[in-house]
Design a binder for this molecule. Structure first.
Ligand code: ADP
Ligand code: MG
Length: 354
């Protein structure tokens, strides 16, 4: 907000001497460090500058509610409430409700109450360790959906004593949904919003072609420009979850941050990354859907992920997938075939599924 006020003041000071903005070329690009992620917001058009800073404000406002490491956040208050009911703002109430819904639809593969397990592995606080089987079993008993005091009304939530939640798997997707609302409010004609593995390709590129969204090659994760393929997207969310993004190694084992809630261990499903793509004009928070499903389908593995995709295809919020498997295949669902470009020489076998 302060940035926005400064910007308005600056404009007022410059007054008549400011050059008129060319709506075709005007562009603003800002980097935002939030939600443990380096984000890049690029907006276009006459109002590109205030729109970009309004996007930043939205991210910061959501981070202040959703953070698990900020002791003053609403999520921390809920996690520390010892089972008491806590009043929450609209966004947090809505996001917990959405999380509960995907928990049900994914048969528990998305589970925000996995927080104590994620902490035991040290993924929340960057103090990595391998917990014992007994410790994991103890913590897994704390799983369960948060409860709303009055069904259907999402203003006050309670957890069971000892329980805590972690919104890391869906917070950036929800932020992307809220950013879409900001872009529409500011009538931005095009934008490229990159919140780590969550991308919103809004409109197309200034030359009229689609945005090019690279899918990171997990085998060359140290090089951010090494891709397993490129998606050509307009008006879409694309979210990638992968076991190569956040991990540690101990005694030759690779332990990553996506937990299988059935075992308490990092998911070992044969997938190395999952990208979920959906039209941003869909109803019901499609950015959050992509983020929730990228994590959940990673846990489920190829076969179940593709069954889920087929089942979901005829719903009002269909999505498409790019799966990268441990055995070196890139599996692209049929709706993306025309929008996916293989990366020559990457060594993958490319497959299309219908
Ligand atoms: P990223 O945050 O790297 O974009 P994801 O969207 O896949 O990746 O979210 C992973 C984060 O979500 C983890 O860091 C952890 O906080 C949390 N998490 C891990 N496993 C699960 C799970 N099965 N269900 C819900 N949240 C999870
Ligand atoms: Mg996710």
């Amino acid at each position: 907000m302060r940035r926005l006020i400064l910007y308005v003041l600056l404009l007022a000071l410059l007054g008549g001497c400011a050059a008129p903005v060319d709506p075709d070329t005007a562009r603003e690009s800002i980097q935002v460090l939030a939600m443990d992620t380096a984000m890049l917001i690029t907006t276009y058009g006459e109002r590109s500058v205030p729109a970009a800073y309004a996007c930043e404000d939205t991210i910061r406002d959501l981070e202040a509610q959703f953070s698990r490491t900020d002791p003053d956040s609403a999520v921390s208050r809920l996690n520390n409430a010892g089972g008491e009911s806590v009043e929450v703002e609209e966004d947090l109430g809505r996001l917990i409700l959405i999380a509960n819904t995907y928990h049900q639809w994914t048969n528990g593969a998305l589970d925000i109450s996995i927080a104590p397990v994620a902490s035991a592995w040290g993924f929340t606080e960057d103090s990595f360790r391998v917990p014992s089987q007994e410790e994991l079993e103890e913590l897994l008993r704390l799983k369960g959906r948060p409860q709303f005091s009055t069904p259907g009304i999402v203003t006050s939530v309670s957890l069971s004593p000892g329980q805590s939640i972690d919104l890391g798997a869906i917070a950036k997707g929800y932020a992307a949904d809220k950013i879409l609302e900001v872009l529409q409010e500011y009538e931005v004609p095009r934008a490229n919003i990159s919140l780590g593995g969550n991308v919103l390709a809004y409109g197309g590129r200034p030359d009229g072609t689609p945005w090019r969204v690279g899918i990171q090659d997990p085998a060359r994760a140290e090089n951010p420009n090494a891709f397993a393929g490129v998606l050509n997207l307009t008006d879409s969310f694309a979210v990638t979850s992968g076991g190569y993004q956040r991990f540690f190694e101990e005694n030759g084992e690779h332990y990553h941050h996506i937990i299988d809630p059935a075992t308490g261990y990092p998911a070992d499903s044969g997938l190395v990354s999952v990208t979920v793509v959906a039209d941003c004009a869909l109803p019901e928070y499609p950015g959050t859907m992509c983020d929730a499903l990228s994590t959940a389908l990673f846990v489920m593995g190829e076969e179940q992920a593709l069954d889920f995709w087929r089942f979901w295809k005829s719903s009002k919020t269909p999505f498409e997938l790019v799966l990268i498997t441990e055995d070196g295949r890139v599996v692209v669902t049929e709706g993306l075939v025309d929008r996916f470009t293989q990366e020559e020489g990457s060594g993958y076998d490319y497959e299309t599924v219908s």
